[in-house]
Write a protein that binds this ligand. Structure first.
Ligand code: DUC
Ligand code: ZN
Ligand code: ZN
Length: 462
């Protein structure tokens, strides 16, 4: 046969087009796209299905140390299994540099955890928390050449946060090495001030997590991050944008010609701060916190109008009913100790498809751009990944646009013991996930052992 696999009779969607075609796959790559193809060891019937580039989730946390006595709910096996069931073919987790640690040591620890465990492809971002001259002058440039072409900086969190001076120096290293700079924008001093005040007043319940990280905390830091990027003359990705004011900082910077990119996440589209003000509110503690319905509408606007280039999960899973998770013993005393983050790698695509495409807010093409193509472009995976084209990896999701599902912990595969989206109704569901031509999930069953690889990346595109 000419092909290992043919995907037959489906509707192919890319970031630019929607068309009926068969796809021929050989050696893990797409080698033919035509009206009708024949001659394959396996033919997958895609009639009635959308055939889209597999999701690329460029913002997930896996096995990341998250504080004293806290353990993340997913390892690479469970996180990438959950990703595959959710229609994703590549995830980009963070490799977190501890204080005093070299980036290489950090990477070898994460690679050790990931090796042989992954069900989808994986490509690491770095988190630079200790930007010594050695790290910025030697390690980052060398690692960028080796395919680690992006890193995140934090403006908050003890042990992670950088000063403005350090951010400028680290951004400059990104500029010199051609790597993509990403930033978590929240004003650390403002958070600490508000948090101390809240605790003094006895306001320690989970809802005060959101109230002590109000919108100006994020807006100010976003503005400052953009200004620093302008000073350093480097493009910058603002991750997990939650509200209109931060988004407007990005829009304004772009209107002035700066290369500022924005990411938003499902929690900012469908959750609000009120979801922290419930009996099990710790389940929804994440940073930045979900806001209000006006902020949801603003984030939808950013999605529709192109201010946001990427939509990621910020999957950062903890168990709820667990003292190593959301029920950390100190968390009862104050929200300060509740680990920040929620699971979402498996529910990301269905939420955007249902709330975005089915409800008429975005086109199918925009869905693909936001969930796959733009991630590939902005992080140096394009055109190997993120599109359906001759020569690209056969990373494909078959999507049933009509299937109705109720999101629920029972049907998910992550390591968390809950989902923030319990009971949420969606239309549209991934029914087959293929990574480099191998079917990983079909009809709700994981069908191969872990064949995910680490993918070194090119320098990102603007
Ligand atoms: N930032 C993230 O990117 N994820 C989880 C928590 C946080 O602060
Ligand atoms: Zn962050
Ligand atoms: Zn994150």
């Amino acid at each position: 046969p000419s092909f290992d696999t043919i995907i037959s009779g489906g509707t192919v969607v890319t970031a630019s087009d929607t068309f009926k075609a068969d796809i021929g796959i050989r050696g893990g790559r797409i080698v033919a796209i035509a009206d009708t193809l024949t001659g394959a060891a396996e033919v997958i019937d895609a009639s009635g299905r959308l055939v889209m580039p597999g999701g690329i989730d460029s913002h997930v946390h896996i096995s990341q140390p998250s504080g004293e006595g806290v353990v993340m709910a997913d390892d690479f096996d469970s996180a990438t299994r959950s990703a595959a069931f959710g229609g994703n073919t590549t995830v980009m987790p963070f490799c977190f540099q501890e204080q005093g640690q070299s980036l290489r040591d950090a990477l070898s620890w994460y690679h050790g955890l990931a090796e042989g465990q992954c069900h989808v492809d994986v490509s690491f971002h770095l988190i630079v928390s200790d930007p010594t001259p050695q790290v910025l002058g030697q390690e980052l440039p060398a690692l960028a050449e080796e395919g680690y072409t992006s890193f995140k900086m934090f403006m908050t969190y003890e042990g992670l946060k950088l000063t403005d001076r350090q951010i400028l120096e680290t951004m400059t290293a990104a500029k010199l090495s051609g790597a993509r700079a990403m930033i978590h924008a929240e004003n650390d001093d403002a958070i600490n001030f508000l948090r101390d005040q809240a605790e003094l007043a006895g306001d320690t319940a989970p809802k005060f997590h959101a109230l002590t990280r109000p919108i100006p905390v994020e807006r100010e830091a976003t503005h400052r991050a953009i200004s620093l990027a302008e000073i350093a003359d480097v493009p910058l990705m603002i991750v997990h944008v939650s509200n209109r004011e931060a988004m407007e900082e990005i829009a304004r910077a772009r209107a002035r010609g700066l290369k500022i990119y924005g990411e938003t996440c499902p929690q900012y589209l469908v959750l609000t701060a009120e979801d922290l003000d419930i009996p099990q509110g710790a389940k929804n503690v994440c940073s930045p916190p979900p806001r209000d319905t006006a902020s949801q509408a603003a984030c939808w606007e950013g999605i529709e109008q192109g201010i946001f280039d990427v939509y990621s999960s910020d999957h950062c899973p903890f168990r709820y009913d667990d003292t190593a998770g959301k029920k950390h013993p100190m968390g009862e005393k104050s929200f300060r100790w509740i680990p920040n983050g929620i699971p979402g790698v498996e529910t990301r695509l269905p939420i955007l498809f249902s709330e975005g495409v089915v409800k008429g807010r975005i086109s199918l093409q925009r869905f693909v751009a936001l969930t796959a193509t733009n991630h590939a472009r902005l992080y140096g995976l394009y055109p190997r990944k993120g599109t359906i084209a001759i020569g690209a990896d056969a990373d494909i999701v078959l999507w049933d646009p009509e299937r109705q599902m109720t999101l629920s912990q029972d049907i998910l595969h992550h390591g968390s013991d809950y989902t923030p989206y319990e009971g949420f109704e969606v239309t549209g569901w991934p029914v087959l996930t293929m990574v480099r031509g191998q079917v990983v999930v079909r009809d709700g069953t994981l069908s191969t052992p872990s064949t995910g690889l680490h993918i070194p990346r090119e320098k990102p595109q603007a």
